[in-house]
Design a protein around this ligand. Structure first.
Ligand code: BES
Ligand code: ZN
Ligand code: ZN
Length: 486
C-alpha cells in the first residue's frame, strides 16, 4: 500500500473519502443530515456509497484509536472495488501547539495510520480460489502541524513495522507440511539476501550434538524433519547503541509428542512457531528502520512429533549448560528448545539484553486472555521498561512476577529440574522459572521472557487482525527498541 502526501488538504481524484468524526461532532460534515438520520454516534461507522464517503467516529487521535478506526473502515469497505482513498486531514489536538512533544505525537499518529491500513489490508488467501483481498492500493493524506518530509518518514516507519508484522503473519499462517525447520532456515537466508546488513547462519543436527544441545535435540527426535538452529543478525551501518538478542520458539508443529494433545487443542498448533517468526519480523523491521542497535535473532526450529524415536516422559536430558532435566510431559517442549537456545545465545552472541518470545503456555492464555502477552523475568525495572517502551505499539503486555514459593515447584527427584509441574497452577510463571535455570548469573537482570501464546493466533478476527496469525511480538519489540534509541 502506498501513502501519498497531499499538500494543504487539496482534493484529489480518489475513489473514496474517509472522514474522522472526533467526539461525535458531526456539525461540519457534508452529510450531517444523513448521519443524524442514521443515528451516527460515538463508536459508529457509516458508509455512504452514493456520496463515496465513509465516516468513522473516534474518541481521540491516539495511535491505537486510529489503527482500530481505520480497521473498521477497511472492514466496512471490503466488498467495494475501491483502489484509492483520500483521508481527511488529520488534526491532532496536541499538534496545534507546535511544540516538540506535539510533533512527536503527530509522527506517532501518522505511523499508526500507515500501520492501521497496512495491517488491516492483510489476508492469508494463497489456498483460496476466491480471495477476499482489499483492493485499496493508495491512500492520500495530509495533516496539520507537520511538514512533508517529517510526515513521510513517520509514514515510512509505520509501513515498515506493519509490513514486518505481515511478514511474520505469513510465516505463522503457513501450514506445517510446507513450513518445516528447513523452510524457516531458507526464509531466514532469503531475508539476509534482501538486506545487505543482515546476515544468517544456519546449523543442523551435527552442530547441535557438538554443542551438547540435548534438550533441543530430544524434542526433535520423533520428527522426520531435521532441526535447525538459525542465527540471523542485523548490524547498523552508522550509530551503534548496543546489542540486543531475541530468541524465538520455532515449533513448526506441536502435536504434544507422546504426551499427545487432544485433537481440539492440537488444531492451530502451526502457530507454535510464532515466537521465532516474530524474531524474523523484528530483524526485518530493524533493517528497514536502520535502528542504531545490533539486533540478533536466535531461532530454535523443530517439530514436536510422535514416532518410535520420540523422546519420552521419564527421559532425563542434559542441556547445553549442564543442567539435567527430567521430562515428565513431552508437551512442555518449547522450554526445552529455548533452554538450549538461550544458553547458546548468551555465550555466542553476548548481547547487552536478551529477550525470548514464545507461544509457551496455555496457562498464559487462561490467565491473560487472547489479547495480552506476559512479560516475565527477574528484573522488574526491565519488565516496566518493556511495558512502557512497547505501549505505543498497540500490543497489550502485562507484567507477571516470580516469587520464591513457585521456584521449588520444578524440583525433580531424579534430575536438577523437571520440565513441567503436574497439575500445577501458575503455569506461565513456572515455565518462566524453568527458563531462568538456563540464564547465566550475569544475565539474570538482562533477560525477559515474553509469553505470546494468547495473542499470536486467533480463530476469530479482532481489531486489525484477521482470523489466524497476528504477528504478535513484532510491533511491541520494534517500538521497545525505538523507545531505547537516543
Ligand atoms: N505450544 C503450547 C502452548 C500453547 C497452548 C500455545 C495454547 C498456544 C495456545 C506448549 O508447548 C504446551 O503445550 N504447553 C503445555 C505445558 C504443560 C504441559 C506444562 C500447556 O500449556 O498445556
Ligand atoms: Zn507443547
Ligand atoms: Zn509448544
Amino acid at each position: 500500500m502506498k501513502f501519498t502526501w497531499v499538500e494543504n488538504d487539496q482534493k484529489v481524484n480518489a475513489d473514496y473519502e474517509l472522514r474522522f468524526v472526533l467526539n461525535d461532532k458531526i456539525e461540519n460534515c457534508p452529510d450531517r443530515e444523513t448521519l443524524e438520520m442514521l443515528g451516527f454516534k460515538d463508536g459508529s461507522i457509516c458508509d455512504l456509497p452514493e456520496a463515496r464517503r465513509v465516516y468513522v467516529s473516534l474518541k481521540d487521535t491516539a495511535p491505537e484509536t486510529l489503527r482500530l478506526g481505520i480497521a473498521k473502515v477497511m472492514n466496512a469497505l471490503k466488498g467495494h472495488k475501491i483502489k484509492t482513498i483520500q483521508m481527511q486531514r488529520l488534526i491532532s489536538s496536541a499538534a496545534q501547539g507546535g511544540t516538540g512533544a506535539a510533533l512527536k505525537e503527530m509522527q506517532n499518529a501518522l505511523a499508526a495510520v500507515a500501520e492501521g491500513f497496512t495491517l488491516a489490508a492483510y489476508s492469508f488467501d494463497k489456498y483460496k480460489k476466491e480471495a477476499d483481498k482489499c483492493g485499496i492500493k493508495e491512500v492520500f493524506l495530509s495533516v496539520t502541524g507537520c511538514d512533508k518530509e517529517t510526515a513521510e518518514s513517520a509514514l515510512k516507519r509505520g509501513r515498515a513495522i506493519a509490513e514486518a508484522t505481515n511478514y511474520t503473519r505469513d510465516i505463522v499462517n503457513e501450514m506445517p507440511q510446507v513450513y518445516t525447520p528447513e523452510k524457516m532456515a531458507a526464509d531466514s537466508e532469503k531475508l539476509a539476501e534482501e538486506y545487505y546488513n543482515v546476515k544468517c547462519e544456519v546449523f543442523g543436527k551435527d552442530y547441535l550434538k557438538e554443542q551438547g544441545m540435548n534438550a533441543f535435540l530430544a524434542v526433535n527426535q520423533g520428527s522426520p524433519h531435521e532441526p535447525r538452529l538459525i542465527h540471523l543478525y542485523y548490524r547498523p551501518g552508522g550509530r551503534y547503541q548496543g546489542k540486543i538478542c531475541f530468541v524465538g520458539k520455532g515449533l513448526t508443529y506441536d502435536t504434544g509428542g507422546l504426551s499427545l494433545k487432544p485433537g481440539t487443542s492440537m488444531y492451530h498448533m502451526k502457530s507454535d512457531k510464532g515466537g521465532a517468526a516474530a524474531c524474523m519480523g523484528i530483524i526485518k523491521a530493524a533493517a528497514e528502520l536502520e535502528l542504531p542497535f545490533e539486533v540478533h535473532a536466535v531461532l530454535g526450529a523443530t517439530e514436536n512429533a510422535i514416532g518410535g524415536k520420540s523422546y519420552k516422559p521419564d527421559d532425563v536430558l542434559k542441556a547445553r549448560n549442564g543442567v539435567t532435566i527430567e521430562v515428565n510431559n513431552t508437551d512442555a517442549e518449547g522450554r526445552l528448545v529455548l533452554a538450549d537456545c538461550l544458553s547458546w545465545a548468551q555465550d555466542m552472541v553476548q548481547p547487552d539484553m536478551i529477550i525470548d518470545l514464545a507461544t509457551l503456555t496455555g496457562a498464559c492464555v487462561v490467565g491473560l486472555g487472547d489479547y495480552t502477552a506476559g512479560i516475565i523475568g527477574n528484573n522488574y525495572n526491565l519488565q516496566m521498561d518493556f511495558k512502557k517502551g512497547s505501549a505505543l505499539s498497540g500490543e497489550n503486555y502485562t507484567i507477571l512476577e516470580f516469587n520464591d514459593h513457585l521456584r521449588p515447584l520444578i524440583n525433580s527427584d531424579v534430575a536438577d529440574v523437571k520440565n513441567s509441574v503436574p497439575g500445577g497452577m501458575g503455569g506461565a510463571l513456572t515455565a518462566g522459572i524453568f527458563l531462568d535455570k538456563f540464564i547465566n548469573e550475569d544475565y539474570k537482570d538482562k533477560w525477559l521472557h515474553l509469553d505470546i501464546a494468547g495473542p499470536a493466533f486467533s480463530s476469530k478476527a479482532w481489531g486489525y487482525n484477521p482470523v489466524g496469525a497476528s504477528g504478535a511480538g513484532v510491533r511491541g519489540c520494534a517500538y521497545f527498541m525505538i523507545s531505547k534509541e537516543v
